[in-house]
Design a protein around this ligand. Sequence first.
Ligand code: 13P
Ligand code: SF4
Length: 350
Amino acid sequence: SDPGLVERAAAAKAALGDRVFVLGHHYQRDEVIQFADVTGDSFKLAREAAARPDAEFIVFCGVHFMAESADILTTEAQRVVLPDLAAGCSMADMAVLEQVEQCWDVLSDLGIADDVVPVTYMNSSADIKGFVGRNGGVVCTSSNAKRALDWAYAKGEKVLFLPDQHLGRNTAVLEMGYSLDDCVLYDPHKPNGGLTDQQLRDAKMILWRGHCSVHGRFTLENVLAMREQVPGVNILVHPECRHEVVTAADYVGSTEYIIKKLEAAEPGSAWAVGTELNLVRRLAAAHPDKQVMFLEKTVCYCSTMNRIDLPHLVWALEELVAGRVPNQITVDPDTAHHARVALDQMLALP
Ligand code: 13P
Ligand code: SF4
């Protein structure tokens, strides 16, 4: 990266000292991650944000829903900054509050809403987390989805899982023993979600029709081709991948899990990894004694994660030095209150 910008970022960070804490998600660019005080998956970063009450500014190098969660989990006085406001998440955008409320009305009209516990993936707007908190549910991430579902099924008969159909299905079927027939796919663009009343009554898992555009690109063909080309290869994928990909893989887990799995791998072993490319490239560089490959052939970055680049980070830090707070992310108090209930419930999972 541009040496001038590297120097400026370092100087601005030094000038701010302990007043600023920079969080970096694993999918961030190298040029940005070098300035992160802590790197992590979305669960770890939420905990880290909550654990830094002394930092006046949290600069979140990640996407919008993560910065919102950080704002909810930090104190009133702390400011959360997202270096580029265009860093959203297409999956989070697939669940809009009015749609989810409509879905809840459908379930209420059927008389089954009381049996349903809403669970939302961290990758959702604060509005959706607030809805879930108001209705007795919980937030989960890819590293605690099973524990969140255990909790939800102890509380109610059915789960409405938002917004990632793949994480919901993969966890219910591969980790909880439910069958594919226990799951239905609710399409917010169709009346009644595109389902019959009976399907909704019978379902154990009502999956929202959302997905990650990055992880959705890995296919079963990618897995089969990799196994043919590299005999003995270990296939390691994120649970946002499609069900048939996760089923055909050897290991599945969150980004933190993927990192730990490669750290523990034998020298000389071969790994094909199905997750975002910035992370896979970094892992390949960190483990020259292992063969670490990308599961797909084409380039597969998360375009919104990549919006945060060094120029944006430098701009945000220099603004803070100048006494201005750029791109502050705030959640209104009522939404934040209810979203916090659902987030705290996640942080308290056994
Ligand atoms: P984790 O960080 O929880 O593994 O989720 C991956 C992701 O898609 C973040 O946007
Ligand atoms: Fe959203 Fe997928 Fe990008 Fe994560 S990787 S921020 S889920 S689009």
